[in-house]
Design a protein around this ligand. Structure first.
Ligand code: C2E
Ligand code: CA
Ligand code: CA
Length: 435
């Protein structure tokens, strides 16, 4: 794991909380010194992200809307990099709408370019601000840092490539070494690869353990999908679902994951629960409940041990279809959990009109509670709400012991996070159950 270390004394930008670009330059310099004289293939990659015509957002919507957009871009970049970069990395804020990413570790040219395309997709998604819905058009310059290259020259090369890219209507990603982007892999080819991967069972299901906060006992796991792509390497869940969505393969992918996860979980002892994530496309389909109940019968997994996790995002479509499906599942004793609670707009109406049995507090709701009293008060209010409605409270993204203790004291029921364990293969999960 190579995310930014929150405890270190980096100089940070106040708007986004990211280190300033000078910190990335210094880090890059350190890495290049470490690699000194090494003629191996370059292990350091860099990218410079700019937002095309960003000034027009400030002009049209005002600077505070521009600030909201930049903070949101920083958040999306951080989440994406945390999920998809395996080695060490740093994200820094440059001037204006510029962001610098550096990463160290083995990574193919194809993979670095693919990551940039995915990043660009996620930045291009609409952003909600008070002033209206903002749409950004990201441009990304890419670089593999040469052996013996200086940090300054590397960043200069990126800057030059980005300037030429900003003028271009039709290209989002460009290599600073003048080579053509590979294109192709990122489009149709990748979508065809996905269909084959589903057929060949190359989508892996990992399980992240969940523990009771009162006695630290293992109580179940959430199934999380991964794709080990032959050439691009590991593709994380968010990118996997974006590709499936582009290719219209969401339903087959979801069905495949549900089937595999339930088969594997059928081997577990009877006190453990399984949580499955549900996509917006699943909930919008009126056959979803019947299909899931069918998979439960085929795998002989008891419905009362299953939780399905629904995000607010998944409910934005046709609420009455979702309502019917969830009702049908709840009648069979399947627990419905509201996922990523606190990350979106928290439409409390869902808690009234849907058969919700649990809320899963998003990482962003719990990460600040140890050192910010306002964050703690918000958490307390949500816990009180959950208790009044007799909902189970699950905290996610718990990375340290102090936070676990606090959540237990405040009355949360269960937790999940790197403290208790990273997502692991089903074999590793079985070893955890029966050491
Ligand atoms: P999610 O449901 O909120 O899943 C939790 C994500 O947080 C997982 O990322 C997990 O690896 C990560 N995580 C867990 N503990 C910690 C922690 O302590 N610290 C930090 N920093 N991160 C932690 P992952 O596996 O990359 O999944 C990302 C999202 O993709 C999931 O978010 C979920 O919405 C979606 N997803 C994953 N697998 C599936 C699936 O099989 N089906 C569907 N429909 N969606 C899935
Ligand atoms: Ca989830
Ligand atoms: Ca979540």
């Amino acid at each position: 794991m190579g995310g930014p270390d929150p405890t270190s004394e980096l100089e940070r930008d106040t708007l986004t909380g990211l280190p300033v670009v000078g910190e990335a330059r210094a880090r890059l310099r350190d890495w290049l010194e470490d690699a000194n004289g090494d003629d191996e293939a370059p292990l350091v990659h860099a990218a410079l992200l700019g937002l095309r015509r960003f000034e027009t957002i400030n002009l049209a919507y005002g600077e505070s809307a521009g600030d909201v957009a930049l903070a949101e871009v920083a958040r999306r970049l951080n989440r994406f990099l945390e999920d998809d970069i395996e080695g060490e990395w740093m994200l820094a804020r440059g001037r204006g709408g510029h962001f610098v990413i550096i990463a160290r570790g083995p990574c193919s040219r194809e993979r670095w370019e693919w990551l940039a395309e995915e990043l660009a997709d996620s930045i291009a998604l609409p952003i909600n601000a008070n002033e209206g819905v903002l749409r950004l058009s990201p441009r990304i310059a890419l670089l593999r840092v040469l052996a013996n290259e200086r940090a300054d020259t590397a960043l200069d090369r990126l800057g030059i490539a980005l300037t030429s890219l900003q003028r271009d209507q039709n290209r989002r990603v460009q290599w600073a070494d003048g080579e053509e982007a590979l294109i192709g892999r990122s489009g149709a080819q990748l979508e065809a690869d996905l269909l084959r991967a589903i057929d060949r069972d190359e989508i892996e299901i990992l399980f992240q353990p969940q523990y009771s906060l009162s006695d630290n006992a293992l109580v179940g796991a959430e199934a999380l999908a991964r794709w080990q792509h032959g050439e691009l390497g590991l593709i994380g869940a968010s990118a996997l679902f974006t590709i499936a969505e582009r290719a219209d393969h969401l339903m087959p992918l979801s069905r495949h994951i549900a089937m595999r996860a339930l088969e594997l979980a059928s081997e577990w002892p009877a006190h453990l629960r399984l949580s499955l994530n549900v996509t917006p496309a699943d909930l919008a389909d009126n056959r979803f409940a019947a299909q899931l109940l069918n998979v439960l019968r085929q795998t002989a997994f008891p419905p009362q041990r299953l939780t399905i996790e629904v995000t607010e995002h998944a409910l934005l479509g046709d609420l009455s279809t979702a309502q019917r499906s969830l009702q049908q599942l709840a009648e069979q004793k399947i627990e419905v959990a509201c996922d990523d609670f606190g990350a979106g707009f928290c439409n409390f109406r869902y808690l009234k009109v849907l058969p919700i049995g649990a809320i899963k507090l998003d990482r962003s709701m719990v990460e600040g509670v140890l050192d910010d009293s306002r964050d703690l008060e918000v958490l307390r209010a949500i816990i009180a709400l959950g208790k009044a409605l007799r909902l189970k409270l699950i905290a996610e993204g718990v990375e340290d012991e102090a936070l676990r203790v606090l959540l237990a004291d405040e009355g949360c029921d269960t937790y999940q996070g790197f403290l208790g364990g990273q997502p692991m293969s089903s074999r590793e999960f079985l070893e955890l159950i029966r050491p």
